[in-house]
Ligand binder design. Structure first.
Ligand code: UDX
Length: 445
């Protein structure tokens, strides 16, 4: 089939490469000429395991093309996917200006019937707005061309996006048009092999499904973080509690790992956006507002522990913290809403120096904190420990799971480790003579 994908961010580029891999002809459109030029040469601007290879192969085999010209990109396409960003605005609502601009560009460049697919995460009602904008542009040109607008939200996880695309739990298609639904079923048939995996529903339900899914997952995380905070106070161990509750199949083990709050491009933004939508309709979403508040507070839990530890040792000012992990989670260079950043702000505001290392997110961090003299980003894991008073680990990269503990102990002024991901066992850390702070287990006396 012939596809046009507008926007080459995580969702757009992963979808494009994975559609091309199954034999579809895909043309990607991006307004940024240097991104397009690089993509033509197989150089990708985001870090996603396996993506570069997939892009290169499909480009060299002629199934994947790139252009800055949307009319050219759409020319042969039956499906036009909108996969541009919907960043949060100051007030928590979604900035839809990119989506609306693409809708106008589609209307301006369309020559024949198209199925326009909203894949960006957009508030309920956006498909109607896209339809209106395309019609407006067609009207301006005095044209009458048939088209459909479908909602097809994306459920990819960064770092595992290709696997998620090839083996989805489900594919949600929102449309009232039976023929369009059949065409999308055919497009997704190689991925959602079991028919039950392709769920067709109304457009607004599909738009809502994306938010409901992410908000449910965010709720699980804020819930377990709250349980972890109480565990610390009452002398319980959240690891044991997690296993105890997860064994109930109605609860399940997944997505109840406590930490220092969720980050990334989706959960923080989507929870806020659904709160905003509900309020626009006059409803106060108490649960979601608490999920969001609890997450904002959780991002300071580890810096508070660090400050408390150093309070009786002259304070954090002038001390140095080695920080392992900057990305909002492992296997990505994405630092959007990364909890590590809140920690860096908390501690450098109090005068603490930070030597940070991340396997891939260093450059993005340097760009973000260009003005912060107290932060040094180093390019080797153990170099972060040079001259450090303590170590904090905040991203669960595999290379942090079994580190050289004697080397850490030797490098640090004090053998103290603050673990925001519960990567180590308190028993092992005690045996190695580390003072060990983590999440959801009582702090050392
Ligand atoms: C998420 C959804 O999982 C995906 O379906 C959707 O399409 C986009 O949003 P992503 O943001 O890539 O994907 O990351 P995810 O792996 O879900 O993690 C989100 C955040 O939650 C991370 O900060 C992670 O560290 C945190 N998290 C996750 C926890 O703190 N505890 C958990 O148990 C799981």
């Amino acid at each position: 089939m012939n596809l046009c994908i507008v926007g080459t961010g995580y969702v757009g580029l992963v979808s494009a490469a994975c559609f091309a891999e199954m034999g579809n002809d895909v043309c990607c459109v991006d307004i940024n000429p240097s991104i397009v030029e690089n993509l033509r040469q197989g150089i990708i601007h985001i870090y996603e395991p396996g993506l570069e290879e997939l892009v290169r192969r499909n480009t060299s085999e002629g199934r994947l093309k790139f252009t800055t010209n949307i009319a050219e990109g759409m020319e042969n396409a039956l499906f036009v996917f909108i996969t541009v960003g919907t960043p949060p605005k100051e007030d928590g609502s979604c900035d839809l200006s990119y989506v609306y601009q693409v809708a106008r560009d589609i209307g301006a460049g369309m020559r024949d019937y198209k199925i326009i697919v909203d894949k960006s995460t957009v508030p309920v009602g956006t498909a109607d707005k896209v339809r209106a904008l395309v019609n407006e542009e067609l009207g301006n040109r005095g044209e009458h061309i048939e088209f459909d607008v479908v909602s097809n939200p994306e459920f990819l996880k960064e770092g595992d996006a290709i696997n998620d695309f090839f083996k989805p739990d489900r594919v949600v298609v929102g449309t009232d048009n039976v023929r369009t639904a059949e065409l999308l079923k055919a497009l997704y048939a190689p991925y959602a092999r079991s028919r039950d995996k392709l769920i067709v529903m109304g457009v607004r339900s599909a738009e809502m499904t994306k938010y409901a899914a992410n908000c449910m997952l965010a709720t699980k995380i804020s819930f377990i973080n709250e349980i972890a905070n109480v565990c610390e106070l009452v002398g319980a161990d959240v690891r044991e509690v997690r296993v105890g509750i997860g064994s109930d199949h109605r609860i399940g083990y997944q997505f109840i790992y406590p930490g220092i709050g969720y980050g990334g491009s989706c959960f923080p933004k989507d929870v806020k956006a659904l709160i905003d939508t509900a309020r626009q309709y006059g409803y106060e979403p108490g649960v979601l507002a608490s999920v969001d508040d609890a997450n904002a507070r959780q991002k300071h839990v580890l810096s508070r522990k660090i400050e408390e530890y150093f309070a009786v040792r002259g304070g954090v000012a002038g001390k140095t913290l080695a920080l392992w992990g900057l990305a909002f989670k492992a296997n990505t260079d994405d630092v959007r809403d990364a909890s590590a950043f809140e920690m860096i702000r908390d501690l450098t505001d109090k005068g603490m120096k930070i030597r940070a290392f991340d396997p891939v997110a260093g450059p993005n961090t340097q760009r973000h904190f260009a003005e912060n003299d107290l932060l040094a980003v180093v390019d080797e894991q153990y170099a972060a420990l040079d001259g450090a008073d303590a170590l904090a680990v905040v991203t669960e990269w595999n290379q942090f799971r079994n580190p050289d503990f004697p080397r850490i102990e030797k490098a640090l002024a004090e053998p103290v480790v603050f673990d925001g991901r519960n990567l180590y066992s308190p028993e092992l850390m005690a045996a190695l003579n580390f003072v060990y702070y983590c999440i959801g287990r009582p702090d050392p006396k």
